[in-house]
Write a protein that binds this ligand. Sequence first.
Ligand SMILES: [Zn+2]
Length: 311
Amino acid sequence: MEAQPRDEKLRVVATLPDLADLARAIGGERIEVETLARPGQNLHAVRVKPSHLVALSKADLFLQVGLSLEHAWVPGLIQTARNREVLPGTDGFVSAGEGFTMIEVPVTLDRGQAVDVHPLGNPHVNLSMNGGLHMAERVRDGLIRVDPEGETVYRAGFETWKRRQDEARLRWSKIAEAIAAQHREACLYHREFDYLLGELGLPIAAFLEPRPGLPPTPSHLADVIETVKTDRIPVVLTAPWSNNKNCAHVARATGASVLELPVMVGGGEGQMTWIDMMDRSIRLIAEAYGVDVEAALAEPVGADKQRASRP
Ligand SMILES: [Zn+2]
């Protein structure tokens, strides 16, 4: 079936530039996309602006990651904007992270969790290698639901994006293999990069935040410093919004470096797409662990395993 042309572009509003990038890749000229969060912001605490309400009141489709990532600001925004097309539970409201297999899901509720900004588990799926495809599929399905006449456009846009993603995944697997082969550990400020570090074969030995959203106490920092020294962790990973004085303190006390990574698309130079962002972050992490990225990329996938299994 040929896609029917639209008189007006479909109006999409996304909480994160990552979702906006996926929507543009899939919807192309058929849609226009506005993004609410700005690169460098803490996604758990975005300040709502009048322009957000204006955008939302005219939206045909609303995209959030969900899983409680934006729960401090999106519910109020949706309620105030009073746009029936994008209310939770309608076709126009998409939680792109929904259904993703979450890590760090709390087993029991305790008092401390009242202040925890990850009440359902780790919501930062936009920073997972596996998260991109999961979110892209839900964005595609959301576009088709609110604009069924554009289905062929959206399916073709998705397939083109997926081919680029598959190529990127090949690069990332090669780098991940080289990182994992070193058997090292990671230290980070907030639990943003847990999915990615797991995918790169880097177990996390220390967090500067004792709980997601809670700044470190001096005694907790002393423990972190001990762990970083003992395990010879070369780098403290952090985000642009985190309390980086504490990261610098740990770095000074241990000889580790500090590496600030973007938590959303556009958070660094030349990172206009989700694939670009992941490419750059993965490369930076690898380099911080002393991996020769070019050599790793030149290897066929599974090279180490093949060599190891040869008689
Ligand atoms: Zn978080």
